[in-house]
Design a protein around this ligand. Structure first.
Ligand code: HEC
Ligand code: HEC
Ligand code: HEC
Ligand code: HEC
Ligand code: HEC
Length: 420
């Protein structure tokens, strides 16, 4: 057989793989312990050299369906806020926390750069008590150490400089770093520090952990902790090149608002015509998949239930829309506070929320929310189409679609005898 360019390509490839293996072996011999002198600003690549698969998930979202398409702060024609070109648009929110231009831009406008850093780039923290969160406020890193955002060490480094994890690895020979066995890392308490702020107020933003504890865990709706849904486990080694056992390792993916798969699993949607022949309609939005409210977290998140009633020719004859969103503060968002908002230190954020006016509250864990509507319809046959649309930034124009994801839809054929 005559050598062709493909064979040559194969030879080069094999040589490259061989070289990569050699250098991996060399790395293994060197197995350098991580340098933790930068504390939570320690770059995640330090850890990724040994914990390869976990790093690939954290930085590239490998095995998930995350995507950051870019966002506008307000107007559809504004400059698109996109990730820097050298980072993966499918990386996890945690890996992007110091790079995601949306919070960075929002911080500049809303708070003159202050305060927000506490959760987006914190120092090491003690895992709070799951029953009692009184551990004080998260402490931010100094501004010159922001760039790394959230690192492996943000979660794994204890305030006294140990690396915590769920296992007892004391019997592993040549362990390159000390570890602390910390079973609570597998509980919701691990996430509470950043995913809750302030007292429990149903309907408000930054309540994810408290929603989980009060609405989901305590009443017994489910036994899952945050990790069971957001870090699904797989059997593999935690450090590929070491002589360590295969363990049930949590995928470091944290799919949430940027994952159509995760969003699509949250809610059921059902359309009902309760009285035959009458035009009154009932829409059920049922939280079957989230261990907290939907939407949850930042007040920026919103979800629309959009209804189109179509006649036999497919023409829309009636329509309606509801918005579901976390309140910005302790009370429902409301236009009557706009004047008062002007004197607040957080005037920009409060005004944005109140200017949108009243809306539906968020759908709690296990809740079946029923929305009623009676469109004025003449005698005839219609199709009622309902859609649930998730919006990462409810404050920008609805015509900007890149931050919206249709997460569910349902339809029903109805016959109407005439409006009563
Ligand atoms: C030189 C290789 C190497 C580097 C660098 C490294 N690790 Fe490890 N790490 C290991 C090995 C080996 C184990 C033991 C794994 C096992 O037994 O499954 C381990 C275990 C762990 C565990 C589990 C501990 C437990 O008790 O459950 C965590 C968490 C961890 N490392 C985090 C980190 C973080 C964070 C960094 C970066 C700051 C890092 N590692 C850097 C090799 C490394
Ligand atoms: C040190 C603070 C901190 C801890 C601890 C933390 N998170 Fe986060 N988390 C954040 C921040 C900040 C973001 C948003 C980053 C961004 O988008 O810029 C985030 C984003 C997320 C998202 C994605 C939201 C989206 O819209 O895509 C999920 C899901 C999530 N976290 C789950 C968890 C879980 C589960 C835990 C516990 C195992 C946890 N987090 C622990 C700070 C934290
Ligand atoms: C948002 C917090 C967070 C970040 C960031 C994070 N981890 Fe973890 N890590 C966890 C939690 C929680 C667990 C325990 C998961 C479980 O089994 O419930 C864990 C477990 C581990 C384990 C033990 C294996 C396992 O799944 O139990 C290793 C090793 C590890 N992480 C390494 C890393 C490395 C390396 C990085 C950075 C590339 C990183 N982690 C980033 C929260 C985090
Ligand atoms: C029973 C599974 C389940 C459990 C348990 C669970 N979640 Fe979720 N989570 C979901 C689903 C489904 C979504 C998508 C719908 C939504 O955004 O609420 C989601 C979304 C999120 C988001 C994205 C919000 C955004 O702004 O886009 C964050 C952050 C989050 N969860 C954090 C947590 C934390 C922290 C815990 C534990 C206190 C937790 N989750 C427990 C299923 C779960
Ligand atoms: C209590 C901790 C905490 C504080 C304080 C905080 N954030 Fe966040 N932020 C989060 C978490 C956690 C998320 C992840 C999404 C969620 O929970 O909805 C997030 C998400 C965001 C997002 C959406 C990011 C995306 O990818 O879509 C923006 C924008 C944001 N924060 C801006 C800010 C600004 C501006 C401030 C200061 C006014 C601030 N944050 C203060 C924890 C915090």
């Amino acid at each position: 057989m005559r050598p062709n360019k493909w064979m040559l390509f194969c030879v080069i490839c094999c040589a490259m793989i061989g070289a990569a293996e050699n250098s991996r072996a060399a790395e293994k011999q060197e197995a350098r312990p991580p340098d933790l002198s930068m504390k939570t600003a320690t770059s995640s690549e330090e850890c990724g050299s040994c914990h390869v698969a976990i790093y690939r998930e954290y930085a590239m979202g490998f095995g998930g369906d995350l995507s950051y398409k870019g966002i506008v702060y307000k107007f559809a024609k504004d400059k698109l806020l996109t990730l820097p070109a050298n980072v993966s648009t499918s990386g996890t929110a945690h890996s992007l926390a110091g790079l995601d231009p949306f919070p960075i831009h929002a911080r500049g406008i809303e708070m003159g750069g202050k305060y927000c850093n506490v959760c987006h780039y914190p120092l090491s923290f003690e895992i709070p008590d799951i029953e009692n969160l009184e551990t004080g406020k998260p402490q931010p890193r100094p501004p010159e150490q922001e760039a790394g955002g959230m690192t492996c060490s943000s979660c794994h480094l204890t305030p006294d400089g140990k690396i915590r994890g769920p296992y007892n690895v004391a019997d592993i020979a040549d362990l390159p770093h000390e570890t602390l066995t910390e079973p609570r890392i597998q509980s919701a308490a691990m996430c509470a520090y950043c995913h809750s702020l302030g007292k429990r107020t149903a309907g408000k933003q930054t309540q994810t952990f408290l929603e989980w504890r009060k609405d989901f865990n305590k009443p017994g709706l489910g036994r899952q902790h945050c990790q069971d849904c957001h870090m699904p486990r797989t059997l593999r080694k935690t450090a590929e090149d070491f002589d360590v056992p295969v363990r049930a390792v949590a995928r470091h993916l944290w799919t949430g608002g940027h994952s159509p798969q995760r969003l699509g699993s949250a809610l059921s949607l059902i359309v009902v015509q309760p009285r035959e022949g009458k035009p009154d309609l009932e829409f059920h939005v049922i939280n079957v998949g989230a261990g907290h409210s939907v939407p949850t977290g930042s007040n920026r998140r919103g979800m629309y239930l959009t209804i189109d009633v179509k006649d036999k020719k497919g023409k829309t004859v009636a329509g309606r829309e509801w918005l579901f969103a976390p309140w910005y503060g302790d009370r429902p968002d409301d236009k009557t506070f706009l004047e008062e908002d002007k004197n607040r230190p957080d005037a920009v954020s409060a005004t944005m929320a109140d200017a949108q006016g009243p809306h539906e509250t968020i759908i709690r864990a296990g809740e079946d929310r029923v929305l009623n509507w009676m469109p004025a319809l003449k005698k005839g046959a219609y199709t009622v189409q309902a859609k649930l649309i998730y919006d990462l930034n409810r404050y920008n124009e609805r015509t900007f679609l890149a931050d919206q994801t249709e997460i569910n839809h349902a339809s029903l054929a109805v016959k109407v005898e005439g409006t009563p």
